[in-house]
Every structure is written in C-alpha cells, then in structure tokens.
Design a protein around this ligand. Structure first.
Ligand SMILES: Cc1cc2nc3c(=O)[nH]c(=O)nc-3n(C[C@H](O)[C@H](O)[C@H](O)COP(=O)(O)OP(=O)(O)OC[C@H]3O[C@@H](n4cnc5c(N)ncnc54)[C@H](O)[C@@H]3O)c2cc1C
Length: 380
C-alpha cells in the first residue's frame, strides 16, 4: 500500500502552490470576500495556465486529470482560497463531469474546449424551495412544444448563476412518471427570456454568489438536453461519488488552512508570560486538528482511488465527505477558540473559515443525509 503522491502529482501541487503564492495573495482573497465578488482575475490566470482543463479529457482540450489529481489540486486551491475552490467545483468540475459522461458528441466538442480555456462558466441547479434533501421531488416543469421546451417553475440555492454562461437545470419532463423518472438535465442559457435570477444574501463563501431562479415560459431548443430524456436523475446519481470526493478535497485544504493559521498564531501570542502554544490545552487542540485532517485526507484518497479504478464507492465517498466536512467545521471552531477575541475580528482570516465552513455540512448532502447513505450501504 502506497500513501505517497506520485512524482507528477507532487510536481503539480508544487507548481500550483508557487502559482497561488504569487497570484493569489491573502489581500486578494480578502478583497473578493469583502466585495462579495467572483474571483474573475484568478480564474483568468488559472485558465491561462491550463488549470481549468484538469477535469476535462485531453481530446476536448483538457489535461484529463484523474480524480486523485483533482483532489490534490482542490486541496491546494482551498488552502489558499476556499471560496475559489468551491467556485472551481461549481463552475468547472460539475459541468466537465456531466458533459463528459452524458452530453452528445456535438455538445462535447462545442462546450468542453471552451470550458477548459475559461471562456464559459456553468452553474448547476437542482434544489427548489420545497425540494432540498429530497431533491427528486422537484416540481419545475418542462413541456415539449414544437421545436422547444417550455420551462416553468422556481429553483433555489443555485451557486454562481450570476456569473454562469450556462445552467445545468434539472426539471420534470414527464409529470406522469414515478418520482425519480421523468427528470431531465437541461442546458439553460440564463439570458433566455422568461429567466429571472435573484441573488440571495448568505453567511459565508461571499465570492460565490447564491441565487434563486424564476422560470416563466422560458423557451429553450429541443436539443438543449444533457444525457437521455427523462433519465436526468441517473446523471445526478452517477456523478455524486466523484463530486463528493471533490468537496472532501476542498474541506481538507480549508481545514489545513485553519490549522496553519492556528499554529502560527499560537506560536506568536503570549499570555501569562509565555507563548500560548506552550499550554497543553492549546497543544491538545492542535493535535486533534492535525489528527482529524490526516484522517480526512486518507479517507479522501481512498475514495478518489476507488473512483479512478471504477470501483463502486458510494459509502466511501459519503464517509470522506461527512468526515472532512465535520473536520473543517471543527477546525474553524477550534481555530476561533485559540485566537480568543482576535479571531472574532474581520481583519483576521479565521472568521472567514468560521463562516465558510458551515456550507461543507450542507452541500453534497447534509450530514444527516450522508449518515443515511452510509448506514444504508452498511445494512444492504
Ligand atoms: C451556499 C449554498 C450553496 C448551494 N449551492 C447549490 C447549487 O449550486 N445547486 C443546487 O442545486 N443546490 C445548492 N444548494 C442547496 C443544497 O444542496 C441544499 O441546501 C441541501 O441539499 C439541503 O436542502 P435544504 O436546504 O432544502 O434542507 P432540507 O432538505 O429541508 O433539510 C432540513 C434539515 O432536515 C434534515 N433532513 C432532511 N431529510 C432528512 C431525513 N430523511 N432524515 C433526517 N434528517 C433529514 C436535513 O439534514 C437538515 O438538517 C446550496 C445550498 C447552500 C446553502
């Protein structure tokens, strides 16, 4: 059993680290967070370096990285800028995965090279006001009319819709079919008449906009479909494990950022005449953070390896997602504790992790849903 990264993966991580230290200084991270804006400049530079092509097959202009490669990439990006890693996952990875596996040959040829070059961005819209964890109960309707689909309904919680050129929109295309059938993944141009996008205010991850989408007789071309008609739920299920791996990598990188910030703070801050890192209670917190991050990374690599080898890993990817998300939340909380009142100030970065980390326990399935997935697999 080999726990090491390959030489190529180490080289990629080191090159990315050097690039991000140069192009993504902490002042830039803070400015995007303060202004609540998508890190366009960083994405342009990532595109210029070819990093946006990592999850895209070589034949479509990408570099065809494995799931493990992507995990290494996302962990490093999240260490530097957690929201940017979430934006990368949302605007690049989900679409790269869905298009590669399900789109027609023509759509792949048209969209994937543009995605790799950073010319287009995507968002993914599944949730609705009344369908969150029970996502398959979605009600947005798509009705065939001549050469078009006419879409009506309301979507909720769509990340990055305001910066997206296309939205992968899940809608019910056969109202008579059982709940999990009759759902299709549509390719929606957000500029289509009848589409209204409204921004939602939220706690953290400020650079990643969050939106609700209102669809009123929005007409899209008949062939604007990703995958088979009425089989959209299968698209979602098939890509879930891969996506949970990616989210786990973001969690591990962000938790490591909390630990590194806590380490440098506790080595500097003095109380009772000594560095607070000298106190055993502080050291116990640091040790717990390190232990949990190491464990989360090993769980992540286990599931990424299973994805890469095509072995079913529903349980393993859910475990990695659940453990890494709770590790990130605990790391941010522990980091806040170690910084006392200073951690509460906006000029320190720990508060950003404290705010950002909560989404980790919601996206990709809430902690309750992930526990249900894991136990269901155990009881099979
Ligand atoms: C910042 C942010 C970004 C998001 N981005 C996207 C996006 O880009 N695209 C998208 O489609 N969605 C997105 N979402 C939506 C996200 O996937 C949902 O919020 C999530 O699936 C939970 O749904 P819900 O919020 O409706 O909660 P609910 O499903 O209503 O759950 C409420 C509570 O009930 C619990 N619960 C539900 N069912 C069960 C059960 N069977 N057993 C035990 N407990 C249960 C949940 O765990 C939770 O604690 C985003 C959400 C946020 C906050």
């Amino acid at each position: 059993m080999n726990f090491d990264l390959s030489p190529a993966q180490r080289e990629m991580r080191d090159a990315l680290r050097a690039f991000l230290l140069r192009e993504c200084p902490i002042e830039y991270v803070r400015s995007c967070d303060d202004a609540e804006r998508f890190p366009v400049e960083l994405f342009d530079k990532l595109a210029a370096q070819g990093w946006l092509g990592l999850p895209i097959p070589e034949e479509f202009g990408g570099t065809g990285g494995s799931c493990t490669d992507l995990a290494v990439f996302l962990e490093e990006l999240a260490w530097h800028f957690e929201a940017a890693a979430n934006c990368y996952y949302t605007t690049v990875v989900i679409a790269a995965d869905a298009l590669t596996h399900f789109a027609s040959a023509a759509l792949k040829r048209e969209l994937l090279p543009k995605l790799a070059r950073g010319e287009i961005r995507f968002a993914f819209s599944l949730s609705e006001p009344n369908s969150g964890s029970d996502a398959a109960s979605l009600r947005t309707r798509a009705v065939a009319e001549g050469e078009h689909w006419v879409i009506n309904g309301q979507k909720m919680f769509c990340s990055c819709a305001q910066v997206a050129d296309y939205i992968l929109l899940m809608a019910r295309s056969d109202a008579a079919a059982p709940k999990h059938d009759g759902i299709t993944m549509f390719l929606l141009d957000p500029r289509t008449p009848g589409v209204e996008i409204r921004r939602l205010r939220k706690l953290g991850l400020k650079p990643m906009d969050l939106n609700e989408i209102f669809l009123t007789d929005a007409r899209i071309p008949k062939d604007a479909i990703i995958g088979e008609l009425n089989r959209g739920w299968r698209n979602v299920l098939k890509t879930l494990d891969y996506e949970r791996c990616c989210l786990s990598a973001v969690n591990v990188g962000a938790a490591r950022s909390c630990l590194d910030r806590a380490l440098s703070y506790t080595k500097e801050r003095e109380q009772f005449g000594q560095k607070i890192a000298n106190f055993q209670l502080t050291r116990a917190k640091l040790a717990d953070m390190q232990m949990e991050i190491d464990a989360a990374r090993l769980l992540l690599y286990r599931s990424a390896d299973l994805v890469d080898r095509g072995i079913p890993n529903n349980r393993e990817s859910a475990i990695a997602n659940l453990y890494s998300s709770e590790t990130y939340v605990r790391a941010a909380l522990s980091g806040m504790r170690m910084m006392g009142g200073w951690g509460y100030l906006m000029e320190f970065d720990m508060q950003r992790h404290y705010r950002d980390s909560k989404l980790a326990e919601i996206g990709g399935g809430t902690s309750e849903i992930l526990r249900i997935v894991i136990s269901r697999e155990m009881l099979k």
